[in-house]
Design a protein around this ligand. Structure first.
Ligand SMILES: NC(=O)c1ccc[n+]([C@@H]2O[C@H](COP(=O)([O-])OP(=O)(O)OC[C@H]3O[C@@H](n4cnc5c(N)ncnc54)[C@H](OP(=O)(O)O)[C@@H]3O)[C@@H](O)[C@H]2O)c1
Length: 300
């Protein structure tokens, strides 16, 4: 298959590209940085400038599937201006792809869009499945709803739309795990807020396998991409400390401190989303890293 990937140069994208290449697929990718066009070996890079609606239309030539992973990091301070960057890099980007397909001859049969479990409302009790409509009214909830809506539009072009609601991705060199491990390594790690909030995580290898599984099945719909065993922030912090062989002696970082330091962004670490992986498992997907212990042992 020939696959066009946006956000291919990121944490998830790079791993996914490697896997798809190893399975013999051809990869085109879109990057917002001209200097990155030749950065992925054995792939063909194309430049796009989302703000100015500019895209190299030859990127869709002979493409069977599109995977839309692009998005500005949500881990930078949410100023009014940066919030727009977060939204546009996902939504306007998807709309630009849509316009490109609508106005050109193409052979795309599936649009796989990254989405996020941040769409679900903060709750300590709910175990969210894909049918749940309890959406968060916080900023992330709003972003993800707009992102999914932009993805849905592709179905009007008779393209299968697959939305992958990604949990907290655990990887070894960057991402959330590195951010959590660093203070623990320096001896000042602590659970955040009450520590009771659920973190629905996924090992990056399982995530890339899951995306490939959805490409192979050509399944349309929403799929949670989280491991079968979500844990609380407290349990996660303790498990990382144990894996790194570091003591944890500080009390929990209070919520008001997180609010002061992170501003509105504190919702990212304080909100609780316990998310179910049952749907994708029923489809036949088998997780390699079902438990946090196994994932951390592999990554740290
Ligand atoms: N990692 C997680 O824990 C997690 C959890 C839930 C959802 N997700 C979502 O999954 C997707 C992939 O995640 P990731 O961790 O691989 O992200 P990442 O490492 O931050 O990479 C995202 C990619 O998006 C592109 N990008 C950055 N800023 C952009 C902008 N302003 N406009 C357009 N494109 C831009 C970049 O590619 P170029 O520089 O080449 O353009 C970058 O490589 C993201 O959409 C993310 O929100 C991730």
């Amino acid at each position: 298959m020939k696959i066009l990937i946006t956000g291919a140069t990121g944490l998830v994208g790079r791993k996914l590209v490697k896997q798809l290449l190893s399975e013999g697929h051809k990869i085109n990718f879109l990057t917002t940085r001209k200097e990155a066009v030749d950065s992925l070996p054995n792939c063909k890079g194309f430049y796009w400038d989302i703000e100015n609606s500019s895209i190299d239309e030859s990127c869709i030539k002979d493409v069977d599937k599109i995977i839309h992973l692009a998005g500005a990091s949500v881990a930078n301070r949410w100023t009014k201006r940066y919030k727009k960057v977060i939204i546009d890099s996902r939504v306007i980007a998807a709309q630009l792809l849509f316009k490109t397909l609508k106005e050109n001859k193409h052979s795309v049969n599936q649009f796989v869009s990254a989405s996020a479990i941040g769409i679900y409302k903060h709750s300590y009790d709910s175990n969210y499945n894909e049918e749940d409509r309890s959406f968060s009214s916080g900023f992330l909830g709003e972003v993800v709803q707009q992102w999914e809506l932009a993805a849905d539009a592709f179905s009007t072009l008779n393209i299968n739309v697959t939305k992958v609601r990604i949990g907290v991705v655990l990887a070894n060199k960057s991402g959330a795990l590195q951010k959590m491990a660093q203070p623990i390594l320096f001896g000042f790690g602590a659970p955040l807020a009450s520590g009771k909030q659920y973190v629905s995580w996924i090992h990056v290898k399982d995530l890339t396998q899951l995306i490939v599984f959805l490409l192979d099945s050509n399944d349309a719909g929403v799929f949670n991409a989280v491991a079968p065993n979500p844990v609380t922030n407290s349990a996660l912090t303790k498990a990382i400390a144990m894996q790194l062989n570091k003591p944890l002696f500080l009390p929990n970082t209070p919520k008001f401190v997180l609010k002061f330091v992170l501003g509105e962004m504190h919702e990212m670490v304080c909100d609780s989303q316990k998310v179910s992986s049952l749907k994708i498992e029923k489809e036949g997907f088998i997780f390699q890293f079902k438990t946090l212990e196994k994932a951390l042992k592999d990554l740290l």
